[in-house]
Design a protein around this ligand. Structure first.
Ligand code: FES
Length: 109
């Protein structure tokens, strides 16, 4: 199991901390936990951009680079793309990502 932290956009709201099995996507882990803030309308097919997260700086370098397909879809996020923006369905949780921190956008629509 690894631990991941998802901070709501509103900093006054409590952070979500999940214990999850590696090998699944960050999106799937969030959906399985019934987390509000990740919609994932396409189920991970990279066609909706409603699984947007902003990865905290320290963790960005541990992720695989953004693919051209993900890069294209990041133009369609509801919240303006930031330096750490990624689509969580494209982030496979590996043991190296134990402790991963992301912030959820204000809205996915
Ligand atoms: S779940 Fe649709 S793009 Fe990630």
């Amino acid at each position: 199991m690894i631990t991941i932290h998802l901070q709501p956009h509103d900093p006054s709201q409590a952070e979500h901390t999940l214990q999850v099995q590696p090998g699944q996507s960050l999106m799937q882990a969030a959906v399985d936990a019934n987390l509000t803030g990740i919609q994932a309308d396409c189920g991970g097919l990279l066609t909706c951009a409603t699984c947007h997260v902003v990865v905290h700086g320290d963790w960005l370098g541990k992720l695989p680079p953004v693919s051209s397909d993900e890069d294209g879809m990041l133009a369609f996020t509801a919240q303006t793309r930031e330096v750490g923006s990624r689509l969580s369905c494209q982030i496979e949780l590996t043991p190296e990502l134990d402790g991963l921190r992301v912030t959820l956008p204000a809205s996915q629509y």
